[in-house]
Write a protein that binds this ligand. Structure first.
Ligand code: ZN
Length: 142
């Protein structure tokens, strides 16, 4: 059900500082910073050579979940995201194993994807994001 590791989410207090650090490490070009008010964050993705990416998340408001994370745990790894083929099937499989989710069902993620977060209490303290990419529309006739 898991296709691959999609990205590692890292909570930062200051996006510009975070970008400078991670761009230097990954030798990455400038990243677009996207505001996601529904999640209370600004996010930027930096590609990792060979596959996957690093997602920097900075809180937009003091009451955002990422702000609370930074308050209690400081900067660092916030979540791990896996790409799945079928998000409903992945959710069902985990629920059958007693895993709860933060939201009732999948919500809209970047680039038309659908995402959901499994509860860290049921995943050994790790916040796990599942992501199903937007279906690619083929321009070639089948
Ligand atoms: Zn993420």
């Amino acid at each position: 059900m898991i296709k691959k590791l999609d990205h590692i989410g890292i909570a930062v207090k200051d996006m510009e500082n975070g970008l400078n650090r991670w761009k230097a490490l990954l030798n990455a070009a400038d990243a677009d910073i996207e505001e996601i008010p529904e999640r209370g964050v600004r996010a930027a993705h930096l590609d990792i050579p060979g596959g996957g990416s690093v997602e920097l998340v900075e809180p937009l408001t003091p009451d955002s979940p990422v702000a609370k994370f930074l308050e209690t745990r400081g900067e660092g790894i916030h979540h791990v995201c896996f790409e799945v083929k079928d998000i409903e099937a992945a959710i069902k499989g985990l629920k059958e194993n007693g895993v709860r989710f933060i939201t009732e069902g999948p919500v809209c993620g970047a680039g038309g994807s659908r995402i959901i977060f499994a509860h860290p209490r049921d995943m050994g303290g790790v916040l796990v994001e599942l992501k199903e990419k937007a279906k690619e529309i083929s321009l070639r006739p089948e």
